[in-house]
Write a protein that binds this ligand. Structure first.
Ligand code: HEM
Length: 138
């Protein structure tokens, strides 16, 4: 089966000339060399985005479905997943020692149902106290 080629941004960066022009859009890499002269938006914008992640510029224009279809023809591979800032903080985890204090199976549902009992019991006691107060003041 055909192997999907993976590109880094650094790899596609060198393809920024009329001879070879790659762009990355939505995590996919396209060789649009043969589309440069066909692009209704002109070749200039393509050179501006050449060898780069052009997702934002491409989306900003609001390209039609047809444009998306054309794009598929030039697909050559995937943009390699580079570490993003959102993934980085995983490294800073809580200290491991404290983990020995945490009990994995927590019998907490019991305590929460006990808490639920407090309400009717409280109301009952308040009712008795009220009755007592009323009868003693008569
Ligand atoms: C690389 C793949 C691209 C393909 C296949 C593509 C395709 C097309 C197509 C088919 C149109 C005609 C209108 C439409 O159908 O939406 C168009 C228009 C346009 N494109 Fe692209 N485009 C690409 C990239 C870009 C990029 C990176 C830019 C950067 C800003 C851009 C800017 C424009 C502009 C400004 C127009 C409007 C032209 C006008 O109506 O005068 N395109 N494109």
């Amino acid at each position: 089966m055909p192997e999907i080629k993976q590109f880094t941004l650094a790899e596609i960066a060198s393809h920024n000339t009329r001879k070879s022009l790659y762009v990355a859009i939505h995590g996919k890499v396209y060789d649009v060399t043969y589309f440069i002269d066909e692009h209704p938006g002109g070749d200039e914008v393509l050179f501006e985005e050449a060898g780069r992640n052009a997702t934002e510029s491409f989306d900003d224009v609001g390209h039609s479905d047809e444009a998306h279809e054309i794009l598929k023809r030039y697909y050559i591979g995937e943009l390699k997943d580079v570490p993003t800032p959102s993934k980085a903080p995983i490294v800073s985890k809580a200290p491991t020692k404290s983990q020995s204090y945490t009990t994995p199976k927590a019998p907490q549902p019991k305590s929460s149902s006990n808490f639920g009992l407090l309400v009717p019991v409280g109301i009952f006691i308040a009712y008795i106290a009220y009755k007592y107060f009323v009868s003693s003041s008569e």
